[in-house]
Design a protein around this ligand. Structure first.
Ligand SMILES: Nc1ncnc2c1ncn2[C@@H]1O[C@H](COP(=O)(O)OP(=O)(O)OP(=O)(O)O)[C@@H](O)[C@H]1O
Length: 512
């Protein structure tokens, strides 16, 4: 067997936190190798070692049998490691070709443009990554931007690709296209490391999987030998419940009522939310389904007060709130888990305690005559860290030092525990492991059963279908339909998301 990558006994610690310990795994030439692990298991740290951002404290990394010592990402790129990050690093105003060449020829104003375009064309044909080299990146959909990132590393002669949660921001169709691209790499002998929390994806595209637990690798397996459930159990170390138990609904008064809501983009050029009317009542979860970019973010930003409205009304607990600031809306009983956790959800240089009481820092019991009661704040935080399994269990750890999934847990713990009348959650489980998803879903259902109102925005159709009582489907800023979750199938929601009608689908099915 020919190994491209061999990781031997790697260890990496950040002061007292050992992020990687005794890490061992091998990647074969031409295989898709998934890395699975709970939030905080050490996957990102390991990948940062492989791409030269961190140096290991101990152990060895070998490429094609040769030990390598990367001092910087540049060294790793030169050795053929191509990392495609979750958050793209592209310059929107430049073309595809310019973005691809940039970085390889820094500051090169006089680079060989025709040659570069030719090379990009050649690469996109070879790997079936079809894209127009002259298109402006700002005009491309997310899936195509990701192609540019992949082409960028291929242009630098990558011999192995690392894809870090590559489908987190993709539509199901874009994910399918990505999997075809990955299959192509495989055919051409290029190894791919694939990090994902989505076990179905791992099952369908990976050949082998290495599982990490608490910083250590606990084994590598052929994917064909494992079921999705077994993968989940290996990762979490216990049985994971996939099916949710939903209690019968007890609907109460209207908590949120949006009427004829009109929201434009910041420059007021385009309508983002087009005359939307929607109600959320006590004891129900209303899911908002839609392909990314169809007005979901603007809708919830308008309700929470982060985005100005251009028309219509928003009533919360019977009171018109569209002129209230977002902090006044929070005081009135609204809680919000934003889509962009690093921008709005957390203050990254603050520790977990400070982030946990962020919204209530000036109020009792955390403040007394203007003085922060640190002990009270800490004893409020610690049980929440246990309940939400926030790792490491150090309440004074800075948010920026937490893994992505653990950052998300801090926000959810804070917002859910504030006991709001209305909870608005956007992509609540993005980047979370299966065990954490199970817990969050149970918490959302508990709030619903306690009579709270929940507005759930998610790109995960299965999440919308399993949690929601009613589903509002958005397309191009409009609500196509509001349907009962019990009476609609996954395919029907998919059709509505594309702006098509269900009747057409039903007629087609009848005719078959
Ligand atoms: N720069 C840092 N400083 C201090 N601690 C860190 C740093 N980076 C990571 N850690 C810690 O190392 C551990 C592993 O984190 P890592 O980000 O590698 O996990 P992960 O498996 O990628 O998690 P997730 O699935 O949530 O992204 C965590 O406990 C994290 O808090």
């Amino acid at each position: 067997m020919e190994y491209f990558l061999d990781v031997v006994n790697v260890r990496k610690a950040f002061s007292s936190v050992v992020a990687n310990d005794d890490v061992n795994f091998r990647v074969l030439k031409g295989e898709v190798h998934a890395i699975l692990g709970e939030n905080g298991a050490g996957k990102s740290t390991l990948m940062k070692i492989l791409c030269g951002l961190y140096q290991p404290d101990q152990g060895e990394v070998k490429l094609e049998g040769q030990t390598v010592h990367f001092q910087s990402p540049r060294d790793a790129i030169r050795a053929g490691i191509g990392m495609v990050h979750q958050h793209f690093m592209l310059i929107p105003a430049l073309t595809v070709a310019e973005n691809i060449v940039l970085g390889d020829e820094p500051g090169a104003v006089n680079y060989d443009k025709t040659g570069a375009i030719e090379k990009v064309k050649h690469l996109s044909e070879r790997y079936q990554l079809h894209i127009d080299p002259k298109a402006k990146v700002a005009d491309l959909a997310v899936g195509l931007q990701q192609r540019v990132e992949i082409l960028k590393v291929l242009y630098r002669n990558a011999k192995m690709l690392i894809l870090d949660e590559p489908t987190a921001l993709l539509t199901p169709q874009e994910s399918e296209q990505l999997f075809e691209v990955v299959a192509n790499f495989k055919k051409q002998g290029m190894p791919v490391i694939f990090i994902s929390h989505k076990l179905d994806e791992v099952k369908s595209i990976a050949d082998r999987v290495t599982v990490m637990r608490a910083g250590r690798t606990v084994g590598s397996h052929d994917v064909t030998d494992l079921t999705v459930k077994q993968m989940a159990n290996l990762m979490v170390g216990r049985d994971v419940v996939f099916a949710l138990e939903k209690q019968p609904q007890r609907i109460g008064d209207i908590i949120l009522e949006v009427n004829d809501l009109l929201v434009k983009d910041v420059k007021k050029h385009h309508i983002k939310v087009n005359n939307i009317s929607l109600q959320v009542r006590k004891g129900e979860i209303v899911g908002v389904a839609g392909i990314d970019g169809n007005g979901q973010v603007e809708l919830i930003d308008a309700i929470t007060g982060l985005h100005k409205i251009s028309g219509g009304s928003i009533r919360f607990n019977g009171r018109e709130i569209s002129r209230l600031s977002s902090s006044d809306r929070v005081r009135a009983g609204m809680a919000y888990v934003p889509q962009d956790r690093q921008l709005y959800g957390l203050v990254l240089p603050f520790n977990i305690v400070d982030n946990m009481i962020l919204r209530d820092v000036r109020r009792k019991p955390f403040s007394n005559w203007g003085f922060l009661r640190k002990k009270v704040a800490a004893s409020y935080t610690k049980p929440l860290m246990d309940e939400y399994d926030i790792r490491p269990r150090d309440p004074y750890k800075k948010a920026e030092e937490l893994s992505g999934g653990n950052q998300q847990k801090v926000i959810l713990a804070r917002e859910v525990s504030r006991d709001p009348d209305l909870l608005i959650v956007a992509q609540p489980t993005r980047g979370m492991d299966v065990g954490a998803i199970e817990h969050i879903h149970q918490q959302l259902l508990r709030l619903r059963d306690e009579g709270k109102a929940i507005l759930l925005v998610s790109l995960e159709l299965d999440e919308i279908l399993s949690l929601s009582d009613r589903i509002a489907v958005l397309h191009e800023g409009k609500i196509v339909d509001i349907v009962s979750a019990e009476k609609i199938s996954r395919e029907q929601v998919g059709l509505l998301m594309m702006g098509q009608s269900i009747e057409k689908y039903q007629n087609e099915v009848l005719q078959q």
